[in-house]
Ligand binder design. Sequence first.
Ligand SMILES: Nc1ncnc2c1ncn2[C@@H]1O[C@H](COP(=O)(O)OP(=O)(O)O)[C@@H](O)[C@H]1O
Ligand SMILES: [Mg+2]
Length: 318
Amino acid sequence: MTGLEVSTPAPCAVAPTPAGPGELPDVLGGRYRIERLLGAGGMGAVYRARDLLQEQFGDPQPYIALKLLSEAFTPSPDAGALLFNEFALIRHLRHPNVLRMYSFNVDTVHQRVYLVMELLRGPTLDRLLCEHPLGLPWPQWRDIALPLLDAMAHAHGRGVLHGDIKPSNVLLSDDGVRLFDFGLGQAETSTLEGLAPVSRSRLNAWTPGYAAAEILEGQPLTRAADVYALGCLLYELASGKHPYNRMLATEARAQHNPSLLKAPQNLPPHLWPALRTALALDPAKRTITVEQLLKAASLTPNWRQRLMQWRPRKPGHA
Ligand SMILES: Nc1ncnc2c1ncn2[C@@H]1O[C@H](COP(=O)(O)OP(=O)(O)O)[C@@H](O)[C@H]1O
Ligand SMILES: [Mg+2]
């Protein structure tokens, strides 16, 4: 025993609330008081909660976010594996623009598995797009695109595929951009060995407007599929419009006339070849990595390109 004595406050005396198995209690795990729903997606619901233990030790900011699977998934034998997969993938990453994950827990009384993570404050990119229906000007676009691409380049560098990149899975917090929701993510072979495989085809949870054609056709998730989703998101952020009018990638491929894909006016022209390649519907033609997209987005246009971009348009020309 050292001379250092730490006085420990009495443990959080929170009696389990009388919610039945599967029902959402007021306090989860005897520690997290659920305050309100922050958002719900295809698989789960995220709540703002107060960590009563941290509060008891005097933390003035005891707020965290809890993610639980939605009712539909709760009885599934995969439920724990689904959330653990998300936990393990994010914990494998260390990047300022990836959501910080704290822990994976089980509330045995209420039979719920849940994730504890940092509480983000700010709009998701889909909300931001509602406020900017014509897209963001280039400097603001860059402030989001560069950290997001950097976060994804880090994830791919660590062998982690996101699998569901879209505006509602990226948030512009007070602290900068945060990428989250790796719920459909996967580790590339040999990364995170031992992680129980989760049957994605059974979940069938791809997001229509952002899933690459090969994913819709049942091919496995790849880096190239993440590049397609990122391309759609970055295009939308620059123009306010989905590159293929929200069509499924397979439909767009069937109808597609490449000249219909227009360069967003807000972006400097030097960036378009890279973005257009990311948007290739045929994965064999999607020959660009996230790293290369990041490099292209980081370049500043030279004076001639700047002049070309800002030249006054002739009357009658769109
Ligand atoms: N850590 C967080 N802090 C604040 N809001 C969050 C957080 N995580 C998710 N949300 C909100 O909850 C929504 C659903 O979360 P998400 O992880 O995307 O679940 P799903 O897998 O069901 O799509 C998000 O779009 C966002 O609005
Ligand atoms: Mg989501």
